[in-house]
Write a protein that binds this ligand. Structure first.
Ligand code: CA
Length: 224
């Protein structure tokens, strides 16, 4: 996970950067608002930690400029104690969360994790394997120029298979992962959907096939 961190207080910036790096985040650190904006525009960040009080360009202006340009990278604002209006304004401008200074490192890490999790939940991305692409925003499964929108449960099944590449999942695994623990669905339903998916892969002319191993389960594989 790659983070941009904008903070002008050097000692604080160093301490936070050390902690984030220790927790395996890649961190680009900048000390003023102009740089923050330039980096945010140029880089592909999973999240931005943005101090409100920054020289040259304040954090609010950086946030506002990014959002107006259609950049939806999650932003965690660092606001001064007592500056309640900053927090409200920040959220109005499209910040995902805020943290009041001074904060404990554990709190910062928890907020960052939550921010990145939300991004995973809400940002549609494309899962791919072999010549297949599955768009999580539109449910479209495509192979080259060919493609079609999958029915909901078939989409969920494909998504689970794509997220578990190289792993055999049993019918029971798939039932739980796709339909959930509480679902009143028989294992036969899983087989019906697997069969539909198999036909779809053939119809798309994909080199990806659904491989079944007796007594073990199912996985996707690329056929030569
Ligand atoms: Ca500051």
């Amino acid at each position: 996970m790659k983070l941009l961190y904008a903070e002008d207080e050097a000692a604080m910036a160093e301490a936070v950067t050390d902690v984030l790096t220790y927790h395996h985040y890649l961190v680009d650190y900048v000390a003023n608002g102009e740089e923050a904006l330039a980096y945010a525009r140029a880089g592909d960040y999973d999240g931005i930690i943005l101090d409100v009080m920054l020289p040259r360009l304040d954090g609010m202006t950086v946030l506002e400029t990014l959002r107006q340009a259609g950049d939806h990278t999650p932003v965690l604002l660092l606001t001064a104690k007592g500056a309640v209006e900053d927090r409200i304004r920040g959220l109005d401008l499209g910040a995902d969360d805020y943290l009041v200074k001074p904060f404990a490192m554990g709190e910062l890490l928890a907020r960052i994790r939550a921010m990145l999790r939300r991004r995973e939940d809400y940002t549609p991305t494309v899962l791919s394997f072999g010549d297949l692409c599955l768009d999580q925003g539109t449910y479209r499964l495509s192979c080259g120029e060919q493609g079609e929108t999958l029915p909901r449960m078939e989409y969920r099944l494909m998504e689970v298979l794509l997220r578990n590449q190289g792993i055999f999942l049993s019918s029971e695994d798939l039932l739980v992962k796709v339909w959930g623990y509480d679902a009143e669905v028989e294992v036969g339903t899983v087989w019906v959907h697997l069969s539909a998916l198999r036909k779809r892969l053939t119809a798309l002319g994909s080199h990806v096939a659904l491989k079944a191993k007796r007594g073990v389960g199912y996985t996707l594989e690329v056929r030569e």
